[in-house]
Each structure stands twice: as C-alpha cells, then as structure tokens.
Ligand binder design. Sequence first.
Ligand SMILES: NC(=O)c1ccc[n+]([C@@H]2O[C@H](COP(=O)([O-])OP(=O)(O)OC[C@H]3O[C@@H](n4cnc5c(N)ncnc54)[C@H](OP(=O)(O)O)[C@@H]3O)[C@@H](O)[C@H]2O)c1
Length: 229
Amino acid sequence: MSPISVRRVAVLGGHGKTGRAVYGALADRGVDARPIGRTDWPDLAGAVAGCDAAYVIAPNLHPDEPAYVASTLAALAAAGVGRVVYHSVASPYAPAMPHHVGKAVSEDLVRRSGLAWTILQPGAYLQNLDLTGPPDLPYSPDARFGFLDLADLGRAAAVVLTEDGHEGATYELATRVATVRELADEAGVPVRRVPDPGTHAWLSAMFAYYDDHGLPVGTRVLDALLGRG
Ligand SMILES: NC(=O)c1ccc[n+]([C@@H]2O[C@H](COP(=O)([O-])OP(=O)(O)OC[C@H]3O[C@@H](n4cnc5c(N)ncnc54)[C@H](OP(=O)(O)O)[C@@H]3O)[C@@H](O)[C@H]2O)c1
C-alpha cells in the first residue's frame, strides 16, 4: 500500500502500555506521535489540534466507554482531525461481558462519526501473562485464545494510520492461537487455577466467559497487514 500524508498523530491513552506500543511504532516510522493523557482532557480539542489522525485507546474498564469515545470524537471533529483509529477488542458484541459491549457501542459511534475511520479488534495481549513464574489463572488454562503481542499491535496501528486502503475497515488482530497451559509449558512453568478474586464484577463476567468460550481470534489478518508469511 502507498503511504498517505500523516505527519502527526495524537495517541489518546498514549502513556499506558497499549499507547506506548503504538507511540513507539509510529516514532519508528518517523511520525510525530503525541501522547494524550488525563491532564489533556480539560482542553482535548486544543491538545489534538494540528494532528492529522488520532489513535483512540479508552482506559481499562472505563465505566462509560461510549461517553469517553463520544467526547473524543467531538473533540477530533472540533479540532479538524479527520482520521480516527479506534482500539476496540476481539468479539466486542459479547453480551455476557459488559466492557466488551461498551466497545461494541463505541464502534457504532466511530462508524457514524463522519470521520475517516478504521477499527482494530485486538485479542488478549501476550504481555498480560507473567510467565517468569507459575501464573495464577482465575479461568480455564485450556481455553483457546488469539493472543496479541503488543509490538505487533503497535506495528499494525502504524500501518493503518500511515498507509492507504484501511479507511472503513475493521480488523481482528492476533499473533498466535494458544491456551495458557501451552504458553506455560513452553516457558517451563506450571499453571495454577485459582478462584476468581472478585475484584470487579466485569472481570468476573470476563473470567466466566473465558472459561466457557476462551477468546479465539485468527492470525491471518495481522500477517497480511504486516506483510508476513
Ligand atoms: N489487556 C488486553 O489484553 C486488552 C486487549 C484488547 C483491548 N484492550 C483494551 O486496551 C485499552 C487500554 O489498555 P491499557 O492496558 O493500555 O491501559 P493503561 O495502561 O491502563 O492506560 C490507560 C491510559 O488511559 C489514560 N486514562 C486513564 N483514566 C482516564 C480517564 N478517566 N480519562 C482519560 N484518560 C484516562 C491514562 O492516562 P494518564 O497517562 O494520564 O494516566 C493511561 O495513559 C482498554 O480499553 C482495554 O480494554 C486490552
């Protein structure tokens, strides 16, 4: 695909772990990436002014992600930022998981925003698992996931932000398909199934869903985006 003229990109949530991966991959391409954090919110339109595009990451378990996304889209429109890439999740319309549904509703807002949009639907990050020791897992170690490496996410985000042909596209992203037990075996550590700690009702709902269904995602779209085998 040909490059398009994108010199400056606002990365909302750019100081978090997802944002840093996107920011780093953009910087590698010589794009001026501008991380936007909580302190920028009082004047969001001012903070994104002068950017050609925005990558929008909502905070983890935001209590009202559609409101966060709606405010962001309004600020982008007010500032004349014509292009948006929204960081969603794999299987957003899963009614048993409220935070996924928040992303499904937000996807609809993005598609109807009037901006040039692309949506990425990442699988669970490989980096969520600490395999330097036995991981404690509150869901089945034998559930199948499409896991995503954050470095791949950054590269895919940079591709859709800076190359043409991605406007109006929704892409599921995974680096590899595996169970946690398979990853733990490779790392040479046992996996421990533990009870749900009950820290957040939405996480409990997610663990129950993972138990029954995992979160499968295919790998071919990411390979195509990154020009891999
Ligand atoms: N973990 C996964 O496997 C996975 C998979 C798919 C999708 N996701 C999605 O990825 C997203 C971000 O994850 P993450 O782990 O990168 O998050 P994170 O490290 O917690 O970063 C969140 C960022 O959001 C900003 N923020 C926090 N509260 C805010 C608020 N009230 N208003 C505006 N900005 C606020 C923070 O800004 P400051 O720097 O100012 O504090 C921070 O930079 C979530 O939407 C999650 O659902 C995660």
